[in-house]
Design a protein around this ligand. Structure first.
Ligand code: 3PY
Length: 253
């Protein structure tokens, strides 16, 4: 059976106080309402990782993620945060290649590959994001587009490295727009992603890899999305900033 994961990507939201109050609400709700077979991940901004991690420490259903990592190990890279630093404050997962990083920070396939390597070398589990812009979907090129993203950043990993990877499919036209892929659109892309992974790595590894759906996933649509055969959870944006909504998404399995 594949791991089920619901990860909240807080993006650049919340102050220190707000972050602690949000995570303590989530922590309590998860303790009381969520059964143990869903891995719950929260990805607050860098400055709050340690305090959020301390608060969730006693709850083994809750796990900590960073939203980004440097491809470098250490040194003169002002403003960057290394995988070892993340590891040292209890981070377990790291989001790599979110479309906002690709677009606003010009992260290309090669950089993302290096980030994957740097994260895995420190024992972090990358949540590798892929997804097409609207014009690629409208031109019916979405499969090729996503296939190339996977190939260009993942295919050079070894089988052992790939074992650590979680994939998130986030169609760009569904991020922050209120539009969601239909459950059928999500399923067919997730199935395609799994096929591509099976070509690059072995079939068993591809079968085991959790593939999350992201892009305006919320309590109203999560149940139908999570019911699809190849949808193993979600990477949640806006709905992860409200404890009730986030917990309801988690409970949609
Ligand atoms: C969204 O749902 O908006 C996301 O980008 C999640 O990462």
């Amino acid at each position: 059976m594949r791991k089920k994961i619901v990860a909240g990507n807080w993006k650049m939201n919340k102050t220190a106080e707000e972050a602690l109050s949000l995570v303590s609400e989530i922590d309590n709700m998860v303790k009381d309402e969520v059964n143990g077979d869903v891995t719950v991940v929260v990805a607050p901004p860098f400055p709050f990782l340690q305090s959020v991690g301390k608060l969730t420490q006693g709850n083994d259903k809750m796990h900590l993620a960073a939203q980004n990592v440097s491809e470098h190990d250490s040194g003169a890279f002002t403003g960057e945060v290394s995988a070892a630093m993340l590891k040292s404050v209890g981070v377990e997962y790291v989001i790599i290649g979110h479309s906002e990083r690709r677009l606003y920070h010009h992260e290309d396939a090669q950089t993302l590959y290096k980030k994957m390597k740097a994260a895995i070398a420190q024992g972090l589990k990358p949540i590798f994001c892929c997804g097409e812009p609207l014009e690629e979907r409208d031109a019916d090129r979405h499969f090729d587009y996503v296939g190339k993203q996977l190939h260009d950043s993942l295919s050079y990993l070894s089988n052992e490295e790939f074992d650590q990877v979680v994939v998130a499919y986030e169609p760009i036209w569904a991020i922050g727009t209120g539009r969601t892929a239909s459950s059928q659109q999500a399923q067919e892309m997730h199935e395609y992603i799994r096929e591509q992974l099976a070509r690059m790595f072995d079939a068993e590894a591809a079968y085991k890899t959790p593939i999350l759906y992201g892009g305006s996933c919320n309590p109203a649509n999560a149940q139908e999305l999570f019911a699809q055969a190849d949808v193993d959870g979600g990477l949640i944006g806006g709905a992860s900033l409200k404890s009730r909504d986030f917990t309801d998404v988690i409970k949609s399995f």
